[in-house]
Design a protein around this ligand. Structure first.
Ligand code: ZN
Length: 382
């Protein structure tokens, strides 16, 4: 998973700007310096890259950091090194600093910082805190973005009024350089040009620029969407879980609070009419697999159909978002039905929770989660 392969595969996905990940790790930073050209926003083989990393603070909150140059990445690495037992242990180092202390150093380096997968239990800011300032102290006002995570979308997160001024990023960390894993979630940013300053202006919504579209999984697909037992895994309402003292009556396993219920606890707003549109989507190979009832999205049959889409439309995002359903039908009718259903939000899931991903259901099938029926109304309000 190195830059030349990432650059080639990103084009097939339809990505215009890819975040590097891990940019303060010694070996990866050296690889980036060898592979990328430019200043601020870098380039390899026609693909643009922005320097980015994720770190874990001493409260177990994961933080996303964007940096404006290699020299600033070196500088931040120096500043953080003495606050980590081994900054190169892996791509996402553990730091003995809180969010406020890290924010100070990032801002000194001209970077941007915000919470990663903000609502997920264990490592999201809202697993540990109720407000941005509880984490970032006097630098809360300098936090201009938040990453939603797979189990939340804009509609859910905007139930918290404090977040209305913050840009929402729908991103996903990729563990493989291929389009089925790259940019499972992505954003459309409006930028004047490919400079770090324009990137910053877009995130900070300066001069009418900003995020024009978020695209990501149905939050039901995320592995912490519903409150659910980590072991068996049964579903519970928040009230049930509290009454059971977070212990599953069926298997004695631990019940893990879902993102839906965490947002309900923090909710103080009906929503935000100024938020960019959020489209729910899914990697094309996985849509093809579901449409054809094929278990493995990496199978030869799926790959063949995927390839014919790429030959016709150039990249995956063009198929998922832009192409007309009529044109998609000409390649594959079954896939066209599903792409249309995604665009119309007409897809049902066995909802995720307790660390288990949700499961997309074939068209026409409804989720059979017993208590969901009585809860449906309040869930649909999100
Ligand atoms: Zn259980």
């Amino acid at each position: 998973m190195e830059i030349p392969l990432l650059a080639r595969q990103s084009k097939l996905k339809g990505i215009g700007l890819l975040a590097t990940g891990d940019c303060i790790h010694r070996k990866w930073l050296d690889h980036l310096k060898e592979s990328l050209e430019g200043e601020g926003i870098y380039e390899h083989g026609g693909m643009k890259f922005v320097l980015q990393t994720e770190v874990q603070d001493k409260n177990a909150v994961h933080q996303i950091i964007f940096l404006p140059s290699f020299s600033k990445a070196e500088e931040l690495r120096e500043k953080l090194m003495r606050h980590s037992s081994n900054i190169d242990a892996d791509g996402r180092p553990w730091l003995k600093l809180n969010g406020e202390e890290i924010a100070e150093k990032v801002l000194e380096c001209g970077g941007m910082i915000g919470p990663a997968h903000a609502f997920t239990p264990y490592f999201g800011i809202f697993a540990h805190f109720n407000k941005l300032a509880d984490c970032y102290g006097k630098y809360a006002k300098n936090v201009h973005f938040m990453e939603l995570g797979l189990s939340a979308d804009s509609l859910m997160a905007d139930h918290i009024s404090e977040l209305h001024r913050v840009a929402f990023l729908s991103n996903s960390d990729s563990h493989s350089p291929y389009p089925v894993r790259l940019a499972r979630e992505f954003n459309v940013l409006e930028m004047e040009d490919f400079t770090f300053n324009s990137f910053r202006k877009s995130i900070e919504r300066e001069g009418g620029k900003g995020i024009k579209l978020n695209c990501g999984f149905f939050p039901q697909h995320g592995k912490y969407y519903m409150t659910r037992c980590k072991n068996c895994p049964s579903y519970f309402t928040l009230e049930e879980a509290v009454n059971l003292n977070w212990k599953c009556p069926k298997c004695k396993g631990q019940i893990k609070k879902g993102v839906v219920d965490r947002i309900k606890e923090l909710s103080d707003s009906e929503g935000n009419p100024n938020r960019a549109k959020y489209i729910h989507s899914f990697p094309l190979a996985e849509i093809i697999a579901v449409a054809h009832g094929i278990e493995n999205p990496s199978s030869v049959r799926v790959s063949r159909i995927w390839q014919s889409f790429i030959e016709k439309f150039g990249n995956e995002i063009a198929v998922l978002i832009n192409a007309s359903i009529g044109d998609i039908e000409k390649i594959d009718g079954l896939t066209a039905e599903y792409v249309q259903a995604f665009r119309e939000d007409n897809i049902e899931h066995v909802p995720g929770g307790g660390g288990v991903y949700g499961k997309l259901l074939p068209l026409g099938k409804k989720a059979e989660v017993s208590f969901l029926k009585k809860e449906q109304k309040s869930l649909m309000e999100f």
